[in-house]
Each structure stands twice: as structure tokens, then as C-alpha cells.
Write a protein that binds this ligand. Structure first.
Ligand SMILES: NC(=O)c1ccc[n+]([C@@H]2O[C@H](COP(=O)([O-])OP(=O)(O)OC[C@H]3O[C@@H](n4cnc5c(N)ncnc54)[C@H](OP(=O)(O)O)[C@@H]3O)[C@@H](O)[C@H]2O)c1
Length: 291
């Protein structure tokens, strides 16, 4: 039995689908059934279920986007930092293995020599960065807390996309936004991400940080060109002149754009498709949301 937290969410839904496809039994209490920020409530669920492992996909990314976290700081702090902190304590007491969905948004750019950030690099887009979003800060704080719990597997997700049209899917966003910002990112195909997360637990890989992104990096215009070639969208993509123009809109916070190495995951035997190939595959298998 697996306990999946945050199953009603965008990422949790993909993890639930993966467990279902694998035929693995799991319990997925809703937020209304379990407030995971409460130690007593969490302990009661764990003591009733005795899960083999726990997956934490609880979090808050802001509505309609990351800018929204600046206006809901306490909710964001609870979901992104307090919940994993409480989980770490309650699960350590019971010796239950678990994994936590973190984010690559705690990095900006690449290493000084242009190479991708690895799991040994400290985050450079958190409290030390004056422009870091509240969201990035809460995610970095959770990783700091979890560093004291080396048994926890921490999966860094980055800009999820897949073949299912959705307001949270990066490819849907590119197709719908009026203007795009040209940046370079390592990004994660959501089903491959979910599959990799579950594999790390089933294979009992050592705890710690894992960048769970498709190998390589992709620019906005490269992704837009793959969309254009797919024939799914015939609009002419327009771009902001530069990041300053993008950030000049009221209430807009700086986005982290970063290149991450996924070599640690690959070296552990879990392979994901090269990023351009994963984007092209998702577009070839595209399913529009019913209107
Ligand atoms: N989406 C992205 O682009 C992205 C990128 C990188 C990393 N991540 C990370 O992935 C995780 C999931 O994000 P998401 O996009 O799937 O968010 P989401 O769609 O908003 O889902 C969040 C889930 O957490 C639940 N939840 C929130 N607070 C809770 C609490 N105190 N107790 C119990 N359940 C609670 C929500 O339930 P209710 O809705 O009922 O409150 C919902 O099921 C987060 O940690 C996020 O930082 C997301």
C-alpha cells in the first residue's frame, strides 16, 4: 500500500495515473480528508494505513501562475515547506520511506562554465537572490529541511509538459500565450517524471536530491518551432523584446530559467527521453481538452 498525497493536483494526478497503470494499490486522501500540515492528522492516517511508502505531491504554485504566490504567502509556505517538514518528522518516527516533489525553480541560469547544475550545487535562486519569487524560496526552504532527512527521495520537477492539453501544461501555455519570453530550460515530461519517481521508490534508490528532467535543454523558440511543425497551432509566435519588458507588467515576478543535469538519475538506471524528442512525441500524441 502506497500513500499518495496531493492526488487531486496536476502533478499528483500524473502520479496517481502511474500507480494505477502499474496496478499498485494506493490510498489518496483529499485535502478535506487530511490536512497534511497537521502532525496528529497525518500520524492517524499513517497508523491506520501502514503504507510501504509515501509520495508527497502537495504544494502550491500560485494562481493563475507563480505571481499568485506573492499574494498568498502563508498558504504557499504551509503547502510547500511546513507540509514536507511535518511529513519528514512523522515518517522518520515510523521509518517509512518516502519521496517529495521539489522543483528546479530554485536555480537560475547554468554554472559559471555553462555546464548544467547538478545535485551537488547549492540553489542560486532562493533567499540569497534579491529577485527570487516567494514560491522559489519556499521550495528551497523545504529542501533545506529535508537535507536533515537523507532517506527522503527529493524529485526536482521542472516546467511540466505532456500530450494532454491543460492550462498547466507548458506546451498548452506556449500555444495560448500572446507573447513568449526567449529562455533556455531543462523541462520534465510529466508521465516520464511520474514514472521515474515511482521507480526510485520501488528500486529503493538512495535518498537525496534527483533532478528529474528530460536530458538536455530547450529554448522557447525551439519548442515553438516543434509546435509549428506539428501543425497543431498556426499562430505566429511573438516574443518579448527582453526580460525587462516581460517583467514590466504589474505584479510579475522574475521566473527562474535553468539548465539541470539529469545524469544522476540516468546513472541510477532511470532513463528519460532527450528533451526535444520528448516534446515532439508529446505533440505527435496530442489530445485537446474537450471544450
Ligand atoms: N505544476 C508545476 O508547474 C510544478 C513545477 C515544479 C514543481 N511542482 C511541484 O509539484 C507539487 C504539486 O504541484 P501541482 O502543480 O500539482 O499543484 P496543484 O495542482 O495545486 O495541487 C496541489 C495539491 O496539494 C493539495 N494540498 C495543498 N495543501 C494541502 C494540505 N495542507 N494538506 C493536504 N493537501 C494539500 C491540493 O489539494 P486542494 O486543491 O484540495 O487544496 C492539491 O491536491 C508542488 O510541490 C509543486 O511545487 C509543480
Amino acid at each position: 500500500m502506497i500513500l499518495l498525497l496531493g492526488a487531486s493536483g496536476y502533478v499528483g494526478g500524473a502520479l496517481a495515473a502511474n500507480l494505477q497503470t502499474r496496478g499498485l494499490p494506493f490510498s489518496a486522501p483529499s485535502h478535506a480528508e487530511l490536512d497534511a500540515g497537521s502532525k496528529d492528522a497525518l500520524a492517524a492516517v499513517l497508523d491506520a494505513l501502514h503504507p510501504d511508502f509515501v509520495i508527497n505531491a502537495i504544494g502550491f504554485t500560485g494562481r493563475p501562475n507563480i505571481d499568485g504566490t506573492e499574494f498568498e504567502k502563508l498558504h504557499c509556505l504551509t503547502a510547500n515547506t511546513t507540509v514536507p517538514g511535518v511529513l519528514a518528522e512523522v515518517l522518520a518516527d515510523r521509518g517509512i520511506p518516502w519521496g517529495h516533489v521539489s522543483s528546479g525553480c530554485i536555480f537560475d541560469g547554468a554554472r559559471a562554465d555553462g555546464s548544467p547544475f547538478t545535485e551537488t550545487d547549492p540553489p542560486n535562486f532562493a533567499f540569497s537572490h534579491p529577485e527570487a519569487s516567494w514560491y522559489s524560496r519556499t521550495k528551497a526552504m523545504a529542501e533545506t529541511l529535508l537535507a536533515d532527512h537523507p532517506d527522503c527521495v527529493v524529485w526536482r520537477l521542472r516546467i511540466p509538459f505532456d500530450q494532454f492539453d491543460h492550462e498547466r501544461n507548458y506546451l498548452s501555455k506556449l500555444m495560448r500565450y500572446d507573447q513568449l519570453l526567449e529562455v533556455t530550460n531543462s523541462i520534465s515530461q510529466l508521465q516520464e517524471f511520474a514514472d521515474a519517481c515511482v521507480e526510485t521508490l520501488l528500486r529503493r534508490l538512495p535518498g537525496g536530491l534527483y533532478n528529474v528532467t528530460n536530458p538536455g535543454a530547450i529554448t522557447t523558440s525551439e519548442a515553438a518551432e516543434i509546435i509549428r511543425k506539428s501543425g497543431l497551432c498556426d499562430k505566429t509566435f511573438r516574443y518579448f523584446e527582453n526580460e525587462d519588458t516581460f517583467l514590466s507588467a504589474p505584479g510579475r515576478v522574475k521566473r527562474a530559467s535553468c539548465i539541470l543535469s539529469s545524469e544522476k538519475l540516468a546513472a541510477a538506471g532511470i532513463k528519460m527521453r532527450e528533451v526535444h524528442e520528448a516534446v515532439a512525441w508529446s505533440l505527435r500524441n496530442w489530445q485537446w481538452q474537450p471544450t
